[in-house]
Design a protein around this ligand. Structure first.
Ligand code: NAI
Length: 246
C-alpha cells in the first residue's frame, strides 16, 4: 500500500512513533526516524525496518529548533531521495496545575508539540507540494479536544495542532496534499507508563471500552491516512480513544 513512499516520522524511536514507523515499513515504505534521546532505541527500530528489506535512516534532532529542523529535512531529502509522508508525532508532557505551572514548562511543551510540527512542515512545504499524493499526519490528542486539568500547556499545544492541521490542509488541498490529525486517547506507551495503577483505573473508568489503547490502534490509522485510499480525506481530526471523547 505504501510501496515506493518515503516516510519521515518524528519521535519514531519509541511509543506511537515507533509503531507508526514499523507499520508503514511493513506496508512498503522506507522510513526516516527522527528522535532526540536514545540512540540505542532508534538503532533498534532501524534494524527492525532493515530486516523487512526496507531502507531506514535515523536522525537525532530537536524538532523544537527551527534551524536544526531545516538542516534535518535537507539531509533526509538528500540521503533518502525525498519525503512523501510527514508524521509529526514527537511530543512531551510537563504536567502541573496552572497555579504551579512554570513558564518554561509551558514554553517547552508548546515548542516541541506545536512549533515542532510547524518547523518540520514549513521546512518540507515546498518539497511536499511537488510530491504527488504527499501526506502530513499530525499526532494531536483528545486532550486538545476536551482539555485536561493539569495539562493546560499540553492541551493548548494539541488544540493548536488541530488549527494548524486544518489551515495547512486548506493551503495544500489543491495540490493533492492532505493534512490530517489523529487524536489518540490513552495509549500504552512510556508517556502513560509512569501513571500509577490508581490513576490508570480512573482513566479506564472514563473510557467506554474500559481499557487503554495500543500503539498499533493508532499506527493502523496513520498508515491508512498515508495511503492512496485516503486521498480525499483532508483537514480531518480522527479520535482513536475507545469512545472517550465522543
Ligand atoms: P513517548 O514519550 O513514548 O515518545 C515520544 C517520542 O518523541 C520519543 O521518540 C522522543 O525521542 C521524541 N521526542 C520528544 N521530544 C522530542 C524533540 N524535542 N525532538 C525530537 N523528538 C522528540 O510518547 P508517545 O506516548 O509515543 O507519544 C507520541 C505522540 O502521541 C506525542 O505527540 C503524544 O503527545 C501523543 N499522544 C500520546 C498519547 C498516549 O496516551 N501515549 C495520547 C495522545 C497523544
Amino acid at each position: 500500500m505504501l510501496s515506493g513512499k518515503i516516510a519521515l516520522v518524528t519521535g519514531g524511536s519509541r511509543g506511537l512513533g515507533r509503531e507508526i514507523a514499523l507499520t508503514m515499513a511493513r506496508q512498503g515504505a522506507d522510513v526516516a526516524i527522527v528522535y532526540n534521546a536514545s540512540d540505542a532505541a532508534a538503532q533498534q527500530v532501524q534494524q527492525e525496518i532493515e530486516a523487512m528489506g526496507r531502507r531506514c535512516c535515523i536522525y537525532k534532532c530537536d524538532v523544537a529548533d527551527f534551524d536544526a529542523a531545516k538542516t534535518l529535512t535537507d539531509t533526509v531529502i538528500s540521503e533518502m531521495g525525498g519525503v512523501d509522508i510527514l508524521v509529526n508525532n514527537a511530543g512531551i508532557v510537563r504536567d502541573g496545575l496552572l497555579l504551579s505551572m512554570k513558564e518554561e514548562d509551558f514554553d517547552r511543551v508548546l515548542s516541541v508539540n506545536l512549533k515542532g510540527a510547524f518547523n518540520l512542515t514549513k521546512s518540507l512545504y515546498r518539497h511536499l507540494m511537488k510530491r504527488s499524493g504527499a501526506r502530513i499526519i499530525n499526532i494531536s490528542s483528545v486532550v486538545g479536544l476536551m482539555g485536561n486539568a493539569g495539562q493546560a500547556n499540553y492541551a493548548a499545544a494539541k488544540a493548536g495542532l488541530i488549527g494548524f492541521t486544518k489551515s495547512v490542509a486548506r493551503e495544500l488541498a489543491a495540490r493533492g496534499v492532505t493534512c490530517n490529525a489523529i487524536a489518540p486517547g490513552f495509549i500504552e506507551t512510556d508517556m502513560t507508563g509512569a501513571l500509577s495503577d490508581k490513576v490508570r483505573e480512573g482513566i479506564a473508568g472514563q473510557i467506554p471500552m474500559k481499557r487503554m489503547g495500543a500503539p498499533a490502534d493508532v499506527a493502523a490509522l496513520a498508515a491508512f491516512l498515508a495511503s492512496p485510499a485516503a486521498g480525499y480525506i483532508t483537514g480531518e481530526v480522527i479520535r482513536v480513544d475507545g469512545g472517550m471523547a465522543m
